[in-house]
Design a protein around this ligand. Structure first.
Ligand code: HEC
Ligand code: HEC
Length: 325
């Protein structure tokens, strides 16, 4: 943060310098100095001024986002909460926050020590690093209150209120209060484990400029309380399953696919294929990782998580994917 604010100050100084040089060039005696010098210095002034505007905005929305207060809350940590939390974490969080292998890639396995630099693997490392956190009590979460951890999931800001770049893309704001608390209960019950690498975001000035340009629109704050729809094999509950099952994070909020963007390549609309299948064939596909025509899912489609879903959650997902979006 300090580094980016320092660079911002330097760029502001450069705007003033080039602005002054433009003024001098325009008032020069020689015509060519007037034209060439004025144009060059003027152009540079404009580019630098745009960098100040967008970089300043990126710094403001990231470090001073005017975040909601953390709720005052103590999670009971009942055995039921821990079991529910373990189920939820095994479906989604573990894919990114699981231990990394020696090459730094996520293993999708416990312990939840994190350390995966998503920005580098997904091709936006030029904006800085975004390294998944250690979610065990061996990491920084030990110093978070339950309310602060709740706020991470509901509003995507850290303990200091700084925006979490990647978590903000994910649909966890829509998790019910009960499920959010269950996740906290489970994370608190884990054995402390250590992470070898530095975790968290480290956005550089390029990242600040791109953020300020509006390229990654923030997803807004979550609601103060969220209640899940009644559990059952319905399309409504299936949409909620697609939320905690992370499907909507990749396939788009309505599960109709997403276009290629800075955040990654295009993801297909799964509805046409699922619509051709009966429920049994859908279960087989999601649990074997092989489509009915025999092609396996690509590595970019984490079916292993969906395979862990209960029958009734998968049935709800099927109802949702075969209903009108
Ligand atoms: C697609 C990958 C991905 C998934 C899935 C994911 N996270 Fe994260 N998480 C990240 C990244 C990357 C960071 C580092 C900060 C950032 O860029 O958002 C992070 C940071 C965090 C932090 C640290 C916040 C802080 O204060 O610094 C917590 C807590 C967290 N995640 C919890 C979870 C939980 C719980 C789940 C599952 C419900 C989850 N995450 C799922 C990628 C992911
Ligand atoms: C990390 C991103 C990601 C997540 C999470 C994800 N998917 Fe996918 N999914 C993909 C990608 C990429 C493809 C295309 C590659 C392929 O077909 O193997 C795909 C393909 C599919 C297909 C096949 C579509 C077709 O027409 O061939 C279905 C069905 C599907 N996903 C369902 C789901 C469901 C249900 C969930 C949640 C349990 C889910 N996906 C979660 C990325 C994701």
């Amino acid at each position: 943060m300090i580094g980016n604010i320092f660079i911002l100050v330097v760029v502001i100084a450069l705007v003033i310098l080039f602005g002054w040089l433009t003024y001098r060039a325009v008032r020069a005696q020689k015509l060519w100095v007037k034209i060439v010098g004025g144009l060059l210095a003027g152009l540079l002034t404009l580019i630098l001024a745009a960098m100040v505007f967008m970089g300043g905005k990126g710094i403001a929305v990231t470090y001073f986002p005017d975040e909601p207060a953390a709720p005052n809350l103590t999670v009971a940590g009942t055995p039921e909460q821990i079991v529910r939390g373990e189920y939820l974490v095994s479906l989604s969080c573990v894919g990114c926050h699981g231990a990394v292998d020696t090459s730094g890639n996520p293993s999708g396995e416990l312990p939840l020590t994190g350390g995966w630099n998503i920005a580098a693997t997904e091709g936006f490392g030029f904006m800085g690093s975004m390294v998944t956190e250690n979610l065990t009590p061996g990491g920084k979460l030990a110093g978070y209150s339950d309310g602060e951890l709740f706020r991470v999931l509901r509003h995507s800001v850290d303990q200091e209120g700084v925006k979490l770049g990647f978590m903000d893309f994910l649909p966890y704001k829509e998790l019910s209060d009960a499920d959010t608390e269950a996740i906290i209960a489970y994370l608190r019950s884990l054995e402390p484990a250590e992470t070898a690498v530095t975790t968290g975001d480290n956005m550089n000035f390029v990242g600040a400029v791109l953020t300020g340009s509006g390229m990654f629109p923030p997803s807004g704050w979550g609601a103060e309380t969220v209640t899940a729809p009644p559990e059952g094999e319905t399309a409504e509950y299936g949409q909620y399953v697609a939320t905690f099952g992370e499907c909507r994070g990749c396939h788009g909020p309505e599960m109709t696919g997403t276009e290629a963007s800075m955040a990654g390549p295009a993801v297909p609309n799964p509805r046409p294929l699922v619509g051709e299948l009966d429920q049994a064939a859908f279960f087989t596909m999601m649990r074997s990782g092989t489509k009915p025509d025999g092609t396996p899912f690509l590595e970019t489609m984490p079916w292993q998580n969906a395979a862990k879903m209960t029958d009734s959650d998968l049935a709800a997902l099927y109802a949702y994917l075969t209903a009108e979006p």
